[in-house]
Design a protein around this ligand. Structure first.
Ligand code: DGL
Length: 272
């Protein structure tokens, strides 16, 4: 048993998709959530910068005495691959592997689509893992860089006309391939899953990396006897930009007000 919190980080709101699923699966756990909103988006950054951000985010979470760290960010997970950030003293998980495995289980036709940030798509991370499992799979990938700013600014409703116009343009990339499975390869994208699902059509299974990863994190904690035996659970939220914007959109996505005030971390302190 280990009653320390689980640390989760992302560039902003995206990691809430993992947090939401983790809290449903393990209601007795404590969490520390860090959204690096002062430096979002991550998806257009170079691999060196992303490695540095990952090391700084991890150091921040470790200063809160976490027992495990989840990089709930497709971009960071793609760049780090399976090698954890330098200086890490606790177990670490990204989100790419669980999502690629889920897509391989879900597909019937072998035609899998992937959407993600520019850095993720450039890395080829999802396609590589899918091909290892299903060498016959036909993978089409498309970067969708406008989705993260749209989500961070609250353009997440199922019928939002701006997000819909952008999404229709991006998703045209799959018109010929006709995938039966689409990986939402950036953790921000499940916040607009209802809209994306409507455009892709009913027969297409959408894979949410945060949700798939939550399941594998639970299995890891149980098999290593690291689960908490507390009766209550607490989540603390930290962001590196404005706390109010985060609070409002996070509450909409989580379906209830946050249980405590969002705390601010200075980006300069992260870099020290
Ligand atoms: N949510 C992140 C991801 O999964 C980061 C997106 C970004 O900041 O560009 O890729």
């Amino acid at each position: 048993m280990d009653n320390r919190p689980i640390g989760i980080f992302d560039s902003g709101l995206g990691g809430l998709t993992a947090l939401k699923a983790l809290r449903q699966l393990m209601p007795q756990e404590d969490f520390i959530y860090f959204g690096d909103t002062g430096r979002v988006p991550y998806g257009a950054r170079s691999p060196q910068t992303l490695r540095r951000f990952a090391a700084e985010d991890v150091r921040f979470l470790q200063s809160h005495n976490v027992k495990m760290i989840v990089a709930a960010c497709g971009t960071i997970s793609s760049i780090l691959s399976s090698e954890p950030p330098a200086g890490l003293a606790v177990p670490f998980s990204g989100v790419v592997k669980a999502a690629a495995d889920a897509a391989c289980r879900a597909t019937r036709s072998g035609r899998i689509g992937v959407i993600g940030t520019s850095a993720t798509i450039r890395s080829g991370s999802y396609a590589r893992l899918i091909k290892q499992k299903l060498p016959q799979a036909q993978v089409v990938a498309r970067a969708c860089p406008l989705f993260v700013p749209l989500v961070e600014n609250g353009y997440i409703d199922r019928d939002n006309p701006v997000t819909e116009m952008v999404a229709r343009d991006y998703l045209r990339a799959f018109a010929e391939q006709k995938p039966d499975t689409l990986i939402l390869g950036c953790t921000h994208y499940p916040l607009i899953a209802p809209l994306l699902g409507r455009i892709m059509g009913e027969g297409v299974t959408l894979i949410d990396p945060g949700r798939e990863t939550a399941q594998s994190v639970k299995e890891y904690l149980l098999s290593h006897e690291l689960q908490s035996d507390e009766k209550t659970s607490r989540t603390r939220y930290f962001v590196s930009a404005d706390t109010e914007d985060f609070d409002e959109i996070a509450a909409r996505f989580l379906g209830r007000p946050l249980e405590c005030a969002v705390e601010h971390v200075d980006v300069d302190d992260l870099c020290r």
